[in-house]
Design a protein around this ligand. Sequence first.
Ligand code: ZN
Length: 59
Amino acid sequence: MKSDIRVCSAWRNRHDRPVYTLGSTCPDCGEPAENSAPAPFDPDDRYGEYRRALKRRNR
Ligand SMILES: [Zn+2]
């Protein structure tokens, strides 16, 4: 099933991790949300991207 999930375009600056939304703007900071394609997470592992994001932060 394809869903229209978007991600905050400014999450790297505004948030510790990607902020996903179904709307056109981020619910947290109001920045525009952009299409998250390629899908940043696997439906079977929806927190995988969160874990990878946390790893990236530690670099
Ligand atoms: Zn945001």
